[in-house]
Design a protein around this ligand. Structure first.
Ligand code: C5P
Length: 217
């Protein structure tokens, strides 16, 4: 077993986008790279935690020393997270698709000559962060993200209450944060808001892991 301040702790981390299939060859996705979530999983492992990373489709390698489970859809991500419980820590960094196509076509949708473009009927995906925050086996520290383009901190405070998580890491994604290497975080907890300077995603991960270790004593 690893030494370190998080030795003996189990951390669950989500990362990356989800892919929501339309038909066997098409899907709906988003621009999440998984860089921040993967860096957090690696940082927690470096502090001695046993880490389960539930990763959507990303091009990143699996972080060393981390058990990585690969999923595609939001529903698969939720199932993998629930199966990974119990955990002491949950960090939900994935950019989960809010909606999926209500009925996935079993055959490729065909473009018939002269026919109109199809309409997609969408269905709501489960909210993984909210589900884990209110779970019977809720981890003692549940952390979510809030990517906002305006009123970043106000929205994050409201989101923390709505989701039922302990901390929210809020960041302004109006620039090129998604896919980029740097991040500027506002950490929202029950005792207020901390503004972190802009730093590399790896540094955000290390700082968060250290905060988690301090919080869990
Ligand atoms: O509601 P919003 O997507 O802005 O919330 C972002 C936070 O919620 C992130 O921590 C994200 O991982 C999590 N989330 C989730 N499942 C969803 C939507 C968001 O876990 N379906």
């Amino acid at each position: 077993p690893e030494a370190g301040p998080l030795a003996g702790r189990h951390a669950l981390v989500t990362s990356g986008p989800t892919h929501e299939p339309i038909d066997p060859v098409r899907y709906i996705a988003n621009r999440s790279s998984g860089k921040q979530g993967h860096a957090i999983a690696a940082a927690l492992a470096r502090l001695g935690a046993r880490v389960t990373l539930v990763a959507g489709p990303v091009t990143l390698p699996d972080p060393p020393g981390v058990t990585t489970l690969h999923v595609e859809t939001a529903r698969e991500m939720l199932a993998a997270c629930e199966a990974a419980l119990p955990a002491d820590i949950a960090v939900m960094a994935a950019a989960v698709a809010d909606w999926r196509v209500a009925r996935e076509a079993t055959q490729k949708l065909k473009k018939e000559p002269g026919a109109e473009a199809p309409s997609l009927t969408m269905a709501l995906n489960p909210d993984i962060l909210a589900t884990i925050s209110r779970h019977a086996r809720r981890p003692s520290l549940v952390i979510g993200f809030a990517a906002e383009t305006e009123q970043v901190v106000e929205h994050a405070i409201a989101k923390r209450a709505r989701k039922g998580c302990d901390w929210i890491l809020a960041n302004d994604v109006s620039g090129d944060v998604m896919g980029g290497d740097a991040n500027r975080i506002h950490l929202v907890t029950d005792s207020g808001v901390e503004d972190w300077p802009e730093m590399a995603k790896a540094e955000v991960a290390a700082r968060l892991a250290a905060r988690i270790a301090a919080a869990l004593g």
